[in-house]
Write a protein that binds this ligand. Structure first.
Ligand code: SAH
Length: 233
């Protein structure tokens, strides 16, 4: 069975959007994964199809109602649905490649996209939503976060990337940023491709890449864990 994503949003017309082209789009057409975007507004219970209300205790903006969200979530994801349920949220755990790997190797996900000031806190526990953030900045809605998350997951699904190996060597996969890449021409505006890369000596190339990755990581992202157990020579 293919990896299944259900997205709950006030703007289902945004999907598949960027996920309908290139790698993710081809995989979607080939049924490697499936995407269903459902309109939270369809679960509204009044004539005006209201989904939000003013915050209890006062303050600016509007908050998405827990009862409407519960109805929308239950319609998209019944109680026995094995898929984890995520809530896009700037308060969530920052998304990592590790979590992407874990979630992409499961049955799929259900994603709730917030809007306005966010959602009524009670829905998070009531439907066991895992809050996920795509970075320390505030977006106007969860949809773009959902694109980021889904793009990262889908490219790891079996059969999506051209070279299965290309997922193993890239940034974050071993606690390091990726080494610098070069291609033709051999000389660009007076700057040659580093000599070692054209030497044909695979061990030397690997050692150079390793040391460049380590240098870059130390300067830019000293917070990253670095290589685990020195698995690559
Ligand atoms: N008032 C909230 C921000 C609401 S932004 C606060 O200060 O925390 C509206 C919606 O956009 C959120 O409910 C969430 O679904 C989405 N969103 C905003 N920033 C995000 C981020 N960094 N990562 C994931 N989702 C985000």
């Amino acid at each position: 069975m293919s990896w299944r994503a259900s997205v709950l949003t006030l703007f289902p017309e945004m999907f598949p959007g960027p996920l309908g082209i290139s790698l993710a789009g081809k995989a979607l057409a080939n049924n490697i994964w499936s995407l269903e975007a459902s309109d939270i507004r369809a679960s509204a219970i009044d004539r005006h199809r209201t989904v939000d209300d003013s915050p209890s205790g006062g303050g600016p903006g509007m908050v998405m109602r827990a009862d409407i969200l519960a109805k929308a979530i239950d319609a998209a994801s019944p109680k026995d649905d094995p898929r984890p349920r995520l809530l896009m949220s700037p308060r969530g755990m920052p998304l990592t490649q590790k979590r992407v790997r874990e979630l992409s190797s499961g049955p799929g996900v259900v994603i709730v996209c917030g809007r306005f000031e966010g959602v009524d806190e009670r829905i998070i526990a009531a439907r066991r939503l895992e809050e996920i953030s795509v970075g320390d900045y505030v977006l106007s809605g969860g949809e773009i976060g959902a694109f980021v998350f889904l793009d990262a997951c889908v490219r790891l699904l079996p059969g999506v990337m051209g070279h299965a190996a290309s997922g193993l060597d890239e940034s974050f996969s071993d606690g390091l940023l990726e080494y610098p890449q070069y291609t033709r021409p051999q000389e660009f505006e007076g700057v040659p491709v580093p000599e070692v890369l054209t030497s044909g000596d695979h061990a030397k190339v690997a050692a150079w890449r390793r040391s460049e990755a380590q240098k870059l990581t130390a300067v830019r992202r000293p917070d990253l864990p670095g290589p685990k157990g020195g698995k690559k020579a």
